[in-house]
Design a protein around this ligand. Structure first.
Ligand SMILES: [Zn+2]
Length: 306
């Protein structure tokens, strides 16, 4: 089913100071075995259908949909990664990248669009209020197709649907759905086998993230791509939604009751709930010890809105 190509051992990572060729071989083998997703991974291309691929490079996933006249991609991320992505796409088709869809406004996902000239860029309209503050010049100069709640793009025989259900990670959260191929792509809403590291939570609305993940589960897709994990298995999407639902259920009744009692009670809930809430179902997940930060984020999202 999958065209699985791993190129995780970049030559520069092979140790230079090993004297015996045998040892060199052993070390190389161990590096290959530990070829799990890493920040330095060059390219891992997975074929989903005749014209749809998912390409994982440098810790970011892009969807690539080959149409009749050009290729649609998501999240080039940055110029260095975009160059590698361009090379990988050239191995699949002679057609140029013609459409870029941005998953949300965070600069680490939207850079590198300049590597693909003459493209039509799609992003939810709220990206604009953050792009205008882009001091480092990472965001695209122009979004050609700002949309509010939905947009649709035809790429040959593949319909690419974009949906914005509200704020999630960032305010301009967009999910990409290919109904025929049963694929959904999202970014920064869940990870595989891990709770999100607490350093990335500050710009997330957890009421929104929960709502969006439940919408994605309801699509019943065969493939679920999330930006920073290799697996396309929708069971991880389900687990991500379960986490937000369980977190919401543990927190929402208490915040609702506190809001009725006034601001001092809300502040008490804000201080106490992060220590009190435990979600044992997820204790084997990476970063489970960051759970208090997730509880705090859900509390804030409920009574503060962000
Ligand atoms: Zn993000």
């Amino acid at each position: 089913m999958f065209n699985f190509r791993v190129n995780a051992t970049h030559p520069k990572f092979v140790p230079q100071n090993v004297m015996k060729p045998f040892l060199n071989t052993v070390l190389l083998a161990s590096l290959l075995i530990s070829a799990s997703p890493s920040y330095g991974q060059d390219a891992n291309v997975q074929k989903i259908s005749a014209n749809v691929y998912s390409i994982f490079i440098h810790y970011y996933h892009s969807l690539a949909v080959i149409g009749d006249k050009g290729v649609l991609i998501t999240d080039p991320a940055n110029a260095v990664r975009a160059d590698i992505l361009k090379t990988e796409i050239a191995k699949l088709t002679k057609l140029p990248v013609s459409h870029i869809v941005l998953s949300h406004e965070h600069y680490d996902h939207v850079g590198g669009t300049e590597v693909f000239p003459n493209t039509e860029i799609y992003a939810q309209r709220s990206t604009q209020s953050v792009f205008r503050l882009d001091e480092l010049g990472l965001a695209p100069q122009k979004v050609h197709h700002p949309f509010d709640t939905t947009a649709s793009i035809s790429m040959g025989g593949t319909e690419v649907e974009l949906h914005h259900y509200g704020a999630g990670d960032g305010v301009a959260t967009t999910i990409v759905h290919l109904p025929k191929e049963k694929v959904v792509y999202s970014a920064d809403l869940y990870e595989v086998g891990s709770i999100t590291d607490k350093k990335w939570l500050d710009d997330s609305n957890y009421v929104g993230s929960r709502l969006i993940l439940n919408k994605l589960v309801a699509l019943k897709t065969k493939y679920a791509i999330t930006a920073h994990s290799l697996s396309l298995d929708p069971k991880h999407l389900q687990l991500g939604a379960d986490f937000y639902n369980d977190l919401y259920d543990a927190v929402e009744p208490q915040v609702r009751a506190a809001v009725k009692q006034g601001f001092p009670a809300v502040m008490k809930a804000y201080e106490e709930l992060p220590q009190a809430v435990k979600l044992d179902k997820y204790k084997e997940f990476k970063n489970y010890d960051h759970l208090p930060a997730h509880v705090k984020r859900m509390v804030l999202s409920l009574f503060h809105g962000g």
